[in-house]
Design a protein around this ligand. Sequence first.
Ligand SMILES: [Ca+2]
Length: 343
Amino acid sequence: MTDAPRTSQAAAGNGPSTPRASYWTVTVRRIDGDPLKVRRRARWRRAVNVLEVLLWLFPGLGVRAAEITVPNGSFERPSTSFVSVNIDDWQKPPKPDWYQEGDDIFWEQLTGLFRNPAPTSPSYIDNMDGDQALWLFAVPEVGLFQELGDPANPTGEAIVFEVGKSYQMTAGVIGGGGGMLEGVILELAFFYRDDASNQVTVAATSITNSASLFPSLTHFVDSTVAVPTVAATDLWAYQPIGMRFLSTVNTNLQVGYWDLDHVRLMASGQPMLVEVELENGDVRFTLESDPGLQFDLLASADPGVPIEEWARLTTLTNVTGRVTYSEPATNSNGRFYQARQLE
Ligand SMILES: [Ca+2]
C-alpha cells in the first residue's frame, strides 16, 4: 500500500480536491433542482462528467483482503508417488526453437511435480504445503502460467482484474537446487492478454538466487508480486487475471532448478461509489466493496463541514459486494453523500 492518502476517481466522473478524514469515505455530489430540471441537467452533466464520485483511501484502515482460489495452487494434482511432468490447471510455454532436446532431456521435463520424500530423508522440505511441489529448471523461457476462471465452473466467466482492487500473489520458493549459481533469476508476474493474445506483464517481481536469500534447500521462502489498485483506465482492467513463473536466467548461468509451492492470490478491495445516475426523478448510485461490510450513508449540503454535522440517512449492508441506494432527487438541494465504513 502507499504511505500517503490519495484520491481515486470512480468511472462515473471526475472530482475536485476534497476534505480528508481518518477513515474510508466515498462521496457523490448531487445536483439540485426539481425532477424535470434534474433530468435535463443529468443528460448535460453526464456528458461533461460533472457528477462527482470520490474515494479517499487511508492505507491500513478499512482495507479488507479476500483470497481468490488458485486452482491447483499447491501443485497437489495429479497425485504422484514420485514425479510427474503433467500439472493440472497450469500451462507450460511451448518449446522455443532455439532449445535443442536431446540426451533424454525434453522441454516438457523442465517443469514438473514431485512428492516430498519421507521426513527421514535429507531432501525432505520441512514447510511444504501438502505433499507435492513444483520444480522449474533455470533454463531461459522455462515457465508455468495460469489464467483464472471460476474453479466451480471452468466454462464460466474468467476472474478479472477488477477496478478498485489490488492483487498480491505469493508463492513459496527455494533457489539453489541442482548447483544453481548465484545471480540466477526467476520472475513472478501477473499478466493479461492483449488483442493479439500476447501475454503482457502487469506486474513482476524478480527473485535472484543467493545463499543469503535461500540458506536451505529444504525450506520454502515466500516471495510476492503485487498489482497496485486497478484503475478504469488501466489496459488490464476487467481482463482475465494471468499468473506466471518464468525463468529469466542468462544462458551462461543456466544450471540448476527452482522449487515452488503454495501459490496464494489475495485481492484487496477499496470501497467505491459507481454507476451514479439521475433517472425518473431519483438519484441512484451503487456502493462496491468487499462483501459483508457495513457503511453509514451520510448527507450534507456542504461537504466541508465536520463529519459530525453530516446527517445520517441509513446504514448500508453490502452483503454481496454491491448495494444500490436511491432516493428522490427532490429530497434536498445540492446534496453531497458520503459512505463511512463501520468497523
Ligand atoms: Ca503443495
